[in-house]
Design a protein around this ligand. Structure first.
Ligand code: 26M
Length: 853
């Protein structure tokens, strides 16, 4: 009976339409006469999800049967964006037996939705972003799960199901205002609630040791019992992750918190029914919100609670799966690899050690051997303020047994260091997991390094820097094999095919690649090089870009209500210069806006001298500078930068004398779905961090993949991008990271003076000058003039203006040259596919192999 009545995937338009109507009438309990775009989105999503679910089940059955080594990617953030369009692109329409079918799933559903009276475009617009992340780190995790499924790797992601994603940004009066992102408002068709998968997680309490006369440093040889003070339940919510042209559908498991059904009878008996319920309700707050910091550590207890809740539930789940195959514990690292996305999941190292020693009664040394073979750690930053540390006092109260275990890990580690470097007591104290001082702190990065067999940076320069600066001592202790580089990547399915269907079709048509195989094998793109001087092709290439620019104009006009361009037919002459990313001093949006101010002041000067607009345009051709990005809510300077951008935009955009040759725009609420519109529209994008501060950057890769040129510093992955696409095709400027220390030193001793250009700009931002705004921006000016200019804006400013001048010249005087650079960039962007990146992780760190379904 089961076999005869098997649920089938839809593989035809008819079958899709049936499924759709079924969902409208049953799942949504609505009549087909009362079906709006939102209902259509939900019915479509549920129908597509059914297909995914069937393949998910099959993938998991297959993996259970084969029982290969699996990788678990632990990340507190998965910045997934929208799921439907991506699912359509990855839709796998083969039946039970066949090879992946050649039917385009997206076209099929588009037709079906159209037959039912809707426009796919409008339906897709209904979906809220799954914005469970801050920026680069979270979006990287999302690209990674896509590539893991595409490469048929047996991998799961583990994260938290925040009820509120990153806040929505409103711009009011030029200031950022945060509003809650309650993304689950209309139920989420992409999650499968596994109400039967419930894992209890404990907090607080104390440690009990049966053997009270054991010697202090002997205690780890015996297990201890943790008597917890609070218990909550972790419930699993699964998101199916389809691969492209693959039958694999992997799983992203997000944990939600809820109260136990245990009840505090003591309180109840005291007549305190209300309060005993209130405390239970607190459990739900653990996964309520994503912390909106990016590259900044705050040390909040609830954040640590989130981390432990997630680590504990995930490890429990992983171990439950391992135990099914009844292997001995020593085989655990042959079956399980766990990747730590930054230090946020480092507690899982301690939790695994605790489980093995306290609950499974393994000897300490055997347990630790298993732990270190299992874990590996990715570092995403060298900036001090972003390195995670927890006060010992706070930590010990929440997780008393884990604190003991950390002390013991540290003790054994320091012993081994002393043995290896007997005459270097300084080294021993420097590498202690515990930072001494009046407020003792646990250094999570050190713990992550000690608990892992591999540590990787995310771009070559960054991986070198961690070995020679923040983790220098550890590189010395562990030698050369432990610290490696895996340069980041991005998924070409979302960032080329989905974001830019126009460019994708031009590419597949040009390469005669009907099945879009280049999205899997991006080395095929190199064939585009031979068209780099083909006039007909240049025209088509340029047409795509102009079309994407108009789409961005539409978006901005919709969002801000302001008309940006009066004559859309002239868009070809307007250079789109874009910087979209989290607002941070080290990313130097302030330098970009100072550059805009410089441009404005120069234009005004020329006009004042009686030059005509046409004459001005010879030097400063038409351009729009776009900014976008969120500031952490408590980051004063970043918020001030947003206000400055909006103030400058206000003045410039309302200055009639400019005759539209220059505009500045702040796009509110930058997120993944807006990025998909913004990135394909760029002629030029800015990646201008102080050298040595941006670990990799990933939007740089997205812009290149869409034929945009970069202006940037020699930082992060800009270095490898330059190597791949050629130095003629990127506008590099500024000081190198090896000189940063000296430059900062010179500032401290007032040995540098500001360039005249910057001085003029800064003058216009204070007092009652044109951008002064009652001296509001004084702190931004002072940080450069009097506070050491930590991010070296003054040292790079002239060089930056020089690079911008070159941009203007080439874009306006030699368009074919520009287009050639654009084509050659795309032709050589293949290295930055996250498929390559995941393959490197799989082969050099995880030691796992694909399992075809
Ligand atoms: C820390 C404490 C409390 C709350 C939040 C945090 C936190 C959250 C996100 C800290 C850092 C976070 O992300 C850092 C990040 O996004 N780093 C970026 O990672 C990208 C992927 O590797 C790189 O491309 C970027 O260069 C790097 O800045």
């Amino acid at each position: 009976i089961w076999n005869k009545n098997k649920v089938e995937k839809f593989t035809t338009v008819d079958a899709f339409e049936k499924r759709f109507i079924d969902h409208v009438e049953t799942t949504l309990a609505r009549s087909i006469y009362n079906c709006d775009d939102l209902a259509a989105y939900q019915a479509t999503s549920n129908s597509v999800r059914d297909n995914l679910t069937l393949d998910l089940n099959k993938t998991q059955q297959r993996q259970t049967a084969r029982d290969p080594k699996r990788c678990y990617y632990l990340s507190l953030e998965f910045l997934m964006g929208r799921a439907l369009d991506n699912a359509l692109i990855n839709l796998n329409l083969n039946d039970d037996k066949g090879e992946p079918s050649s039917t385009d799933g997206r076209k099929l559903v588009e037709k079906g939705v159209h037959d039912l009276g809707f426009k796919l475009e409008d339906v897709l617009e209904q979906e809220p972003d799954a914005a469970l992340g801050n920026g680069g780190l979270g979006r990287l995790a999302a690209c990674f799960v896509d590539s893991m499924a595409t490469g048929d790797y047996p991998c799961w992601g583990y994260g938290l199901r925040y009820q509120y994603g990153i806040f929505a940004q409103k711009i009011i009066n030029g200031y950022q205002v945060e509003t809650p992102d309650y993304w689950l408002n209309y139920s989420n068709p992409w999650e499968i609630e596994r109400s039967e998968i419930q894992v209890p997680v404990s907090f607080y309490g104390y440690v009990s040791r049966s053997d009270s006369d054991s010697k202090e440093d002997d205690r780890t040889l015996r297990p201890s019992e943790w008597i917890a003070g609070e218990r909550v339940i972790a419930v699993a919510y699964d998101m199916p992750i389809p691969g492209f042209k693959s039958n694999t559908v992997n799983n992203l498991r997000l944990w939600g918190s809820k109260p136990t059904t245990e009840f505090d009878f003591a309180k109840f008996n005291r007549g305190d029914y209300q309060n005993s319920l209130v405390e239970q309700q607190r459990a739900e707050s653990i996964t309520a919100v994503l912390y909106p910091n990016d590259n900044f550590e705050q040390g909040k207890e609830l954040r640590l609670k989130q981390q432990y809740f997630w680590c504990s539930a995930s490890l429990h789940d992983i171990i439950r799966r391992f135990k099914k195959s009844r292997r001995p514990w020593c085989e655990f690292p042959d079956q399980v690899a766990i990747q730590l996305n930054d230090t946020h999941p480092t507690l899982s190292v301690v939790e695994l050690q605790r489980i093995l020693v306290d609950l499974e009664h393994l000897p300490w040394g055997e347990a630790w051997d298993i732990v270190t073979k299992t874990f590996s750690y990715t570092n995403h930053t060298v900036m001090q303020e972003a390195l995670e540390k927890w006060p010992v006092s706070l930590f010990g109260r929440l997780l008393p047994r884990h604190l003991e275990i950390i002390y013991d890990i540290n003790w054994f580690f320091l012993q081994s260091v002393e043995k290896k470097f007997p005459h270097d007591m300084d080294l021993v104290s420097r590498v202690s997991i515990i930072e001494e001082g009046k407020d003792r702190q646990i250094r999570m990065a050190y713990l992550a390094i000690i608990g892992s067999h591999k540590v990787n940076g995310v771009a070559e320069l960054h991986s070198e820097l961690i070995k020679t600066t923040i983790f220098k001592d550890f590189a010395k202790i562990y030698g050369n094999d432990k610290f490696i580089n895996v340069t980041n990547g991005i998924t070409p399915r979302r960032w080329l095919r989905q974001a830019n269907p126009e460019l994708s079709s031009l590419i597949s048509e040009t390469l005669k690649d009907k099945g879009d195989e280049y999205l899997l094998d991006m080395s095929r793109l190199t064939k585009l090089s031979k068209y780099a001087e083909d006039k007909k092709f240049l025209k088509k290439w340029d047409d795509v870009k102009q079309k994407k620019k108009l789409q961005l104009i539409d978006l901005v006009e919709k969002l801000t209500g302001h008309k940006l361009v009066s004559d859309r037919s002239k868009i070809h002459d307007v250079l789109f210069d874009i910087q979209v990313k989290r607002i941070h001093e080290y990313k130097r949006q302030q330098m970009n806006i100072f550059g805009c101010i410089w441009r404005y002041l120069q234009i005004k000067k020329m006009l004042g001298e009686g030059k005509t607009i046409e004459e001005v345009k010879e030097i400063y051709p038409a351009k729009i500078s776009f900014f976008g990005g969120k500031s952490a809510p408590g980051y004063y300077m970043a918020k001030l930068i947003i206000k400055l951008i909006n103030t400058v935009a206000d003045v410039i955009n309302n200055d009639k004398s400019l005759d539209d040759i220059f505009k500045v725009v702040f796009i509110p609420d930058y997120n993944v779905s807006k990025a998909e519109i913004i990135i394909p529209a760029s002629d030029l994008s800015e990646h201008i961090s102080t050298a040595g501060t941006e670990a990799s950057g990933t939007s740089n890769m997205k812009f290149v993949m869409n034929g945009g040129l970069l202006i940037g510093t020699v930082d992060g992955a800009n270095v490898e991008i330059t190597r791949e696409i050629g130095e003629d095709n990127i506008f590099l400027f500024g000081n190198l990271s090896e000189n940063v220390e000296e430059l900062r030193f010179n500032h401290r001793f007032r040995k540098t003076s500001l360039p005249e250009s910057l001085n003029e700009v800064l003058k216009s931002c204070v007092g009652d000058a044109v951008f002064g705004n009652n001296d509001e921006f004084r702190p931004l000016v002072d940080s450069i003039k009097y506070q050491g200019d930590y991010y070296l804006v003054s040292d790079d400013f002239e060089s930056y203006l020089g690079a911008q001048k070159l941009v203007d010249e080439i874009y306006h005087n030699n368009r074919n040259e520009w287009l050639k650079k654009s084509i050659l960039s795309v032709a050589n962007v293949g290295f930055f596919s996250s498929d390559r990146c995941i393959q490197e992780y799989a082969e050099t760190i995880w030691n796992i192999e694909p399992v075809k379904v």
